[in-house]
Design a binder for this molecule. Sequence first.
Ligand code: ADP
Length: 393
Amino acid sequence: MSDAIVVLNAGSSSVKFSLFVERAGALEPDIRGQVEALFTTPHFVAKGPDGVVLSEKTWAGGVALGHDGALEHLLGVLRERLASDRLVGVGHRVVHGGALYDRPVRIDAEVLADLRRFEPLAPLHQPHNLAPIAAILERAPDLPQVACFDTSFHRSNPALAQMFGLPYEMFEQGVRRYGFHGLSYEFIASVLPATDPAAATGRTVVLHLGNGASMCALAGGRSVASSMGFTAVDGLMMGTRTGSLDPGVVLYLMTERGMDARAIEKLIYNQSGLLGVSGISSDMRTLLASPEPRARLAVDLYCYRIRRELGSLVAALGGVDAIVFTAGIGENSAEIRSAICRDAQWLGVELDEAANAAGASRISAPGSRVSVWCIATNEELMIASHTRQLLAT
Ligand code: ADP
């Protein structure tokens, strides 16, 4: 009988899960999958490590399964799968740990109440992240749960990097730059020593380019600055999010266009970015394949914003030794990596086009002053490792 850990990532309309089983002292991925469209046409799928579908279920349209229903189905599937193994804990991805939680934490009722206080800081994510935690606390209070935060990794940022030019009391009250995608950056930092020892002790900029996108400056493997701020809408332009936006635009939309907070939230989170600029899609693959000039424009703006933000993070580090691409676009699009590296030639970046096209791990030319890497991120493994570590102590 082996120990098993399940990792949950609950969003507004889906619950993603990954199961890890401990074998020979290492956490090995077992099944993974999700329940999506929780409130419209719920669909569940679980796949084995080889990607083969092992279990699937579709509910009739109009069935509002919700987080509770999804969790119940999921626990049933896990119980069956774990017939000969023992579920020892659940690790949760939680977007916000506030200024205090600089590391994962074992959850009890008190911690859960604490995490609820951060809901106003991430209203689109935090309540959904916490929903399965509360449900498990109620149904299986003896099953250990651990919360791992997207913000924790950035708590090592110096105070200056966490401050806005607002009255100081606001910083003390929590209006500060938190930074996100921390579990992804922590994973990259954890594999850097084996990949590029010089970068691990030196200055590295990591580009996490998925539907959500951000960049992080690592000094000796610790985060010293990142492109996201108080919320995950800041920094780079993303699939549907604006990225950095002059707050004067928001004031203008409110006073001159009569838009309220909800309408602006929808605009800056769901209707902007690649989707808003192109008018076609938020999906990078679709835009790269499109002959439409506005698709090209959206891709060009995407890369231009990365070019500007890269300069900013390199300035925060006082130079750069390595650049790492990760997440959906970073791991898979040779074209975007190539465009970004062309823009970064002034920093001493020289791309090996053949290695890049082949999807190699090291994609910089042998003589490049800055080494460039393409590394698949693994936030789920990070959460599972934290959970196992915390439960062992
Ligand atoms: P999420 O933030 O939802 O986890 P992902 O990390 O999966 O997102 O990234 C999704 C993005 O990656 C989409 O824009 C998708 O088009 C893009 N992507 C995936 N594969 C490729 C590819 N081969 N070429 C270009 N873009 C890709």
